[in-house]
Design a protein around this ligand. Structure first.
Ligand code: ADP
Length: 670
């Protein structure tokens, strides 16, 4: 049973459930009735015979008529033959003709027929009365008149039902309930009781604490109101996709002993104007009935997008009226009514300001990508159902997955299990996890891609260029692995361990830019040609340079200026033509400078680069140790290593972390 029915149980109990099947049955019966009852029951299986009017008159004069019925519609008259005369008229007995056989004729006019029958009655040839009746087909005629109309109505209903969106079990539900909210109700002891608790949410300590407080508000409001505090009305979970926002909300449902209405922002949206607003009203009405309770709206940006700044494309009235209704409803109930609204989005920046103000979503809870330790926690949660072998080191996994969200980690665990199963293993080992991470980051390895020696050499030179430069620049991301095995769309890749920095300096960005340009620089220097393989690098570099200059104020001629425009529909640039030109110039200059720097460095390290490229052609995959052998140890300590050292010092019991080649999401397409 779907929840909509469950929620509307009160209404449904009184009214018998309307169901399309029943309507079809009623229509079928109606049609059957029209066909059969509408027909002439008397004559349904009796013999008949068409004759001329003259013959008809003769029969009547001979006194054969039992009953005469004229039909004014088609100008015919029927004479039902007396049982004893049946043999005279039909030449066969009653057994063959049925009880009421008749002869039928066309009569010239009603007057003439009347006159003739009266005369015969006077003469005593006909004892009955002449009666008139409507055509047998009347019902059918009426039917055919209204049939097209019926057809249109049913087609319309059918389409409505389809548009109503997966009306499914509720039968007629969608047409009549289009304005009802589609919230899913999770209740203790209910059908879809949430089994998720805070234990299932790994990491996210601060977010967890905040939502735990919400559970507390609902369980024990007195504690807060006694001191004069007000219970918050709403909390907004903000964070990148897959970080566990929905999971947190489900955990709240599991922990709080109150009903939990869950729906997605897009559930409000419908083809009809006004439906969204009416669904919002309905949702809040239901929630108030069940208070104290929680309403959870996932992906609230579907309705909560800022209003009215889409001047070029025209407003979206339906969405705006839905949002207005939401705002009104959130203002409409008192702070202590016991309904708390939680919403999740990964795009808080596009939400309407009115929605975010205190008194509506008072709290914004940030759910960020997990850091090293949190990733470890998430791995522990998701490794539980997996049969792992002793070779697995969770620390190592956590270190190899920077930038991964909780959902990515769940995916890694699953993928690793699948890979192990494919190889017919009994348990999932370290190499399966490493393969899974590689696969998720870079796509599937394509060992079968055909390449000439020449192409292979070019790719090796390109990747060695990235590797050489990133190894020899202080702030470039530490390298982990370089490969020329095609994977996904990339022909080769250099994998880095991007540092999980809180802030990035200009020097760091420039060093990274230089390393990214190293691929093309190496191609130009050592093959004499430049190739299409660097397109992905160039795209990244260009975007980064524009970002640095126009948004971060990092250029010399346009210092400390940010032209960032939050308005997503802004077609106008917030700067003049002259500035636009200057930005372009600066971008060109910055990239050219870094390119020259890359070339210079490559020339300085040309022997090392060549050795690296040879090794790549030979082995296809090389690791940080190989690069270290060629260039020597990097004299700088990376931030991640620094952090790890700090952590290890504080936890001396922990095993020394393996210094092992790692694959990372940062990848340079060749
Ligand atoms: P979103 O933030 O996009 O709503 P979800 O809550 O739907 O993300 O997370 C998707 C999946 O990722 C969850 O079902 C869970 O398996 C996994 N996941 C995400 N974050 C965590 C976490 N902190 N702890 C455990 N699992 C997590």
């Amino acid at each position: 049973m779907n929840n909509q029915n469950q929620n509307n149980n009160k209404g449904n109990r009184k009214m018998p459930r309307m169901n399309f099947t029943w309507i079809y049955i009623v229509i079928a019966i109606g049609l059957g009735y029209l066909f059969f009852a509408g027909g002439d029951a008397d004559s349904s299986n009796a013999a008949s015979k068409s004759v001329t009017y003259t013959v008809f008159k003769q029969y009547v004069e001979l006194g054969y008529a039992n009953k005469i019925v004229a039909n004014k519609d088609d100008g015919s008259v029927r004479m039902y033959v007396k049982p004893e005369r049946i043999r005279d008229v039909f030449k066969v007995g009653v057994e063959q003709t049925g009880k009421q056989p008749f002869v039928q004729a066309e009569y010239p006019s009603a007057d003439k027929l009347d006159e003739f029958i009266s005369a015969q009655q006077e003469l005593g040839n006909f004892k009955g009365e002449l009666s008139y009746k409507r055509s047998n087909d009347t019902f059918m005629q009426v039917f055919w008149n209204i049939f097209p109309l019926l057809l249109i109505v049913f087609v319309w209903i059918f389409i409505m039902r389809r548009m109503g969106g997966g009306g499914g079990v509720g039968g007629m539900g969608s047409i009549f309930n289009v304005g009802r909210s589609r919230a899913q109700l999770v209740e203790k002891g209910g059908e879809n009781e949430s089994k998720i608790t805070f234990k299932d949410v790994a990491g996210q300590a601060s977010a967890k604490q905040e939502v735990q407080e919400i559970v507390e508000f609902l369980k024990n409001p007195q504690k807060f109101t006694d001191l004069g505090g007000k219970i918050p009305k709403g909390a907004l979970l903000v964070g990148p996709p897959g970080t566990g926002k929905t999971l947190l909300a489900k955990a709240v449902a599991g922990e709080a002993d109150v009903p939990f209405f869950s729906m997605s922002g897009s559930d409000f949206v419908e083809m009809f104007v006004g439906v969204g607003a009416s669904r919002v009203r309905d949702l809040f009405r239901q929630a108030k009935e069940k208070a104290p309770c929680i309403i959870f709206i996932d992906e609230i940006d579907a309705v909560g997008r800022a209003r009215g700044n889409n001047a070029m494309m025209g407003g979206n009235d339906e969405r705006e009226s839905t949002l207005n209704q939401l705002l009104t409803e959130m203002d409409g109930f008192g702070t202590n009514s016991g309904v708390i609204i939680m919403a999740a989005t990964n795009r808080a920046d596009i939400l309407d300001k009115a929605l975010l103000r205190a008194g509506r979503f008072d709290r914004q809870i940030h759910v960020d990508l997990p850091d090293l330790n949190e990733r470890k926690e998430v791995f522990k949660v998701h490794l539980k159902p997996i049969k792992i072998d002793s070779s697995l080191d969770i620390d190592l996994l956590a270190r190899q997955t920077p930038g991964f969200s909780g959902a990515d980690i769940a995916n890694v665990c699953n993928e690793a299990a699948l890979i192990a199963a494919r190889h017919g293993k009994q348990s999932v080992g370290k190499e399966d996890f490493i393969a899974a991470v590689d696969r998720i980051v870079g796509g599937l390895e394509k060992k079968t891609k055909v390449m000439t020696e020449e192409e292979k050499r070019t790719i090796a030179l390109h990747e060695a260029g990235h590797a050489t430069i990133s190894w020899n620049l202080q702030y470039a991301n530490p390298l982990i692995k370089v490969t020329i095995v095609p994977r996904g769309r990339a022909l080769g890749a250099a994998w880095y361990l991007p540092e999980e920095r809180q802030i990035t300096t200009k020097e760091q960005m420039l060093d990274e830019m230089c390393a990214t340009l190293g691929g093309r620089a190496a191609e130009e220097l050592f093959t004499g040609h430049i190739s299409s393989g660097a397109m992905n690098d160039l795209e990244r570099v260009t975007k980064q340079a524009y970002g640095m200059i126009a948004y971060m104020g990092m250029s010399d001629s346009l210092p400390n200026l940010c032209y960032y425009n939050q308005n997503e529909y802004a077609w106008q640039r917030p700067y003049s033509e002259a500035t636009a030109k200057e930005i372009d110039e600066e971008v060109k200059r910055m990239i050219a400078e870094q390119y020259e720097r890359a070339k210079k460095l490559l020339l300085e390290k040309r022997e090392g680069h060549a050795a690296l490229a040879d090794l790549l052609v030979e082995r296809e995959v090389i690791y940080a140790e190989d690069v270290e052998k060629i260039f020597g140890k990097r004299p700088w300590v990376s931030r991640t290593e620094e952090l790890l050292d700090m952590e290890n010092e504080s936890q001396p019991a922990e095993e020394p972390t393996e210094q092992q080649p790692e694959q990372q999401p940062e990848e340079n397409e060749s």
